[in-house]
Design a protein around this ligand. Sequence first.
Ligand code: E4P
Length: 216
Amino acid sequence: MKFFVDSADIDAIKELAAIGLVDGVTTNPSIIAKSGRDFKEVVKEICGLTDGHVSAEVIATSADDMVREGEILRKIADNVCVKLPLTLDGLKACKELSSKGIPTNVTLCFSPNQALLAAKVGATYISPFIGRLDDITLDGMELIQDIRAIYDNFGYETEVLAASIRSANHVKECALVGADVITAPPSVIKSLANHPLTDKGLEGFMKDWNKSGQSI
Ligand code: E4P
């Protein structure tokens, strides 16, 4: 399973990349606004931190304008993936950009049928939002499971990029149901390494080692 970092925090991406936990990065307009930096400048910097895809989202709402913006974003770096909203215009733009060989990430997916449409127009990634479904007491993980089954039924190559991940449990469930990629905030990715018995065990080993008087 690939790990994408859902952030524009350069230091946090660098820290995870140094461990070997960054297969790509996703951003959205809210993440870019929070960074307080120039959109193209920050995307360019992120693209230099990973060989994987870096999703940069269009702002336009008409298909023609989305294609135009996508082509501009794509010039930032070779690993830019154009992120498009799951609307009919977004799907049309996806079809056109995909036919030109431009990688696409169709975002804001909340139903299996939406995911089916994204696969039909050749999206590289579909981004179903787990946390936002859970927020309204629906089952985000069921969506991932349904999309996996549909894509496997027909052999669609669109990758299931589980998004809006809020917890370590979401990551585990995504791995179990076969999401191709998860995108999560740095804090969630780092938290996957935590276990109280690991901390306790390490403390015990250190205590005993120190008593032995040896060194390596
Ligand atoms: C995905 O590409 C989105 O940027 C992101 O996962 C949304 O997460 P949120 O629902 O926590 O804002």
